[in-house]
Design a protein around this ligand. Structure first.
Ligand SMILES: Cc1ncc(COP(=O)(O)O)c(C=O)c1O
Ligand SMILES: N[C@@H](CCOP(=O)(O)O)C(=O)O
Length: 468
């Protein structure tokens, strides 16, 4: 399997090259030349596999330049009860009204990012050791990618992590998770701006080819294809857990920000997983909801982006949306490059002529949730089912209940645990959320972070100095 760029100007690459590359040299995102197709016999053979074995079956279709035994060993080390808390790895919980929750947040940092990041940590170590290379990660986080990456890569030889986060916008738990790490290879940088400013800096540095090569800059964001493909696995696992046979269809409802999670669902559907609809749930930052309702993509500026109580989704320029649009426009890289030149110029684009295909061919619909909805949903699910949702999952449950059709099986992705967002849980339930063992008093630990304006040059100079 070889990888191409959404902007059409990259010579096909192998999987391992793609994961070290980050952004493609033409500014686009890597995707496979085609999606492997899963027939019914294969789907039948996969039902009942352990998570690690299922991950091996799926990832071996994509990571074709890694010897199968090596890939299997990495996956067996990653998807264990010790790391993810249960044998099932991603168990499904059913609420009283039949809505299902796919638990993705039982890993080391309590958010779904661990699902892919724990594997990416193994993958980096493996590929870098094979090549005798080192890598310096420059990442952007709105709260969860940062801690997942830092926990997966802390103390690893040959890897440094420089993580940009929006100053003062994450929850106190998220800040503590990242800023209390003392490992020498972890560098936290708070940026005066929103997540989009952080991601813009990451992309600007990726597009400075001389700097990128000189300082061996890589990425852990969903820019990195390995992040997305590892997330494809839990759509298959969730489907098998939520159904009794492969004759059934399910719909997935996905709390969305940077569009990486639901992009993996789109890929699973393109591979042939029996997915009826992909329901995109946004918070008050509803750029994606607007697109899926109108076909118009209108990214907002930092000033127009709200700080909300589901802060990890405070995103107005969804990076992976480009991967979906590539498929939507018939994999025409020149057209994607043209559309993103509009985005880069601060404008958007209008694909309303393709809205029928968005719904009928690709199965996308959407809805939005706000602070009041979030509080009401957290209270309702706590009262009726005794389950405390985190604020992002609450956005998903609200939208799933609003859009669910009669007889439709909907699986809502649980993207974080409530302990990460205690401020809002207290507001909703007037009590503390359950806190998993090992995180007691984390907010009281000393914190280590430097601060900059939204300035790529300042970040580059900090990275260069730290690596000197
Ligand atoms: C808890 C949580 N929920 C939802 C999202 C949205 O996921 P995505 O950016 O993949 O759309 C994120 C971060 O991205 C998150 O951290
Ligand atoms: N919500 C994310 C934002 C970054 O998303 P990614 O999937 O591209 O890494 C976060 O929590 O940091």
């Amino acid at each position: 399997m070889k990888y191409i760029s959404t902007r059409g100007q990259m010579a096909p690459l192998e999987f391992s090259d793609t994961i070290l590359m980050g952004l493609a040299p033409d500014g686009g995102l890597a995707l496979p030349q085609s999606y492997p197709q899963i027939d019914r016999a294969t789907l039948d053979a996969w039902r009942g596999l352990s998570y690690a074995d299922l991950a091996f079956e799926i990832l071996s279709l994509f990571a074709t330049d890694i010897p199968p035994a090596d890939l299997k060993a990495m996956l067996d080390r990653t998807y264990t009860r010790e790391v993810f808390g249960t044998e099932a790895i991603t168990p499904v919980k059913t609420l009283h009204d039949g809505l299902k929750l796919l638990e993705l947040s039982n890993g080391p940092t309590l958010a779904f990012k661990d699902m892919a990041m724990q594997f990416l940590g193994q993958l980096f170590e493996y590929v870098l050791a094979k090549r005798g290379e080192t890598l310096n990660i420059l990442g952007a986080t709105s709260g969860d990618t940062g801690s997942a990456a830092e926990y997966a890569l802390r103390g690893k030889a040959g890897v440094n992590v420089f993580m940009l986060s929006p100053k003062g916008k994450m929850s106190s738990f998220q800040r503590a998770q990242m800023f209390s790490l003392t490992d020498a290879n972890i560098h936290n940088i708070a940026i005066d701006g929103m997540f989009d400013d952080c991601q813009d800096i990451v992309k600007a540095v990726q597009n400075d080819h001389a700097f990128k090569a000189a300082y061996k800059i890589g990425t852990v964001n969903s820019i990195n294809w390995a992040r997305v493909v590892a997330q494809v696995v839990y759509y298959f696992a969730g489907y098998f857990n939520a159904t009794g046979s492969n004759d059934e269809q399910v719909s997935f409802c996905v709390p969305s920000g940077n569009f990486g999670n639901v992009c993996a669902g789109h890929i699973a559907r393109q591979m042939g997983l029996p997915v009826a609809r992909l329901i995109v749930a946004t918070n008050e930052n509803d750029v994606l909801d607007e697109f899926f309702k109108t076909g118009v993509y209108r990214p907002r500026s930092t000033e127009q982006t709200f700080v909300t109580s589901s802060p990890s989704m405070d995103i107005s320029k969804a990076s992976n949306f480009e991967r979906f649009v590539f498929d939507l426009v018939g994999r025409d890289g020149a057209e994607v490059a043209r559309l993103w030149s509009e985005v880069d110029a601060g404008r958007g684009f209008d694909l309303s002529a393709r809205l029928d295909a968005v719904r009928s061919e690709f199965g996308f619909v959407s809805g939005a949730s706000n602070h009041a909805d979030r509080l009401a949903t957290i209270r309702q699910v706590d009262g009726e089912d005794g389950v405390v949702l985190d604020t992002h999952t609450a956005d998903g449950v609200k939208v799933a209940r609003e859009l669910r059709l009669t007889g439709e099986t909907v699986v809502c992705l649980e993207t974080a645990l409530p302990a990460k967002f205690a401020e809002t849980i207290r507001e909703a339930l007037n009590r503390e959320p359950p806190r998993p063992a090992g995180f007691e008093g984390i907010e009281d630990l000393p914190q280590r972070v430097v601060e900059f304006g939204a300035d790529a040059a300042a970040v580059k100079s900090y990275v260069a100095h730290a690596l000197a």
